[in-house]
Write a protein that binds this ligand. Structure first.
Ligand SMILES: [Zn+2]
Length: 80
């Protein structure tokens, strides 16, 4: 019984240590990248359907402009 408790405690300790390690690793990885700041100002593009502004990497190109989502692209192109 006592041995089981020790094993259980060890398992919990390892789990906590591992979680802590994962968290530390993640923040270390995230720090040098800083994608939003290091890539500089991204060109903002406007959805031709609803007019919402999106970073150029997130827009969907379509006929007649760029769009924020498939729905808007389809709606816009249906009217063409
Ligand atoms: Zn839209």
């Amino acid at each position: 019984m006592g041995r089981l408790l020790i094993v259980l405690l060890l398992a919990v300790a390892v789990l906590l240590w591992w979680k802590h390690r994962q968290r530390g690793k993640r923040s270390e990885e995230a720090a040098p990248h800083r994608p939003r700041e290091s890539t500089g100002p991204e060109a903002m593009m406007r959805c031709a359907e609803c007019g919402v502004h999106l970073p150029s990497s997130q827009v969907l190109p379509g006929r007649g402009g760029v769009f924020c989502c498939h729905e808007h692209r389809e709606r816009f192109e249906a009217r063409q």
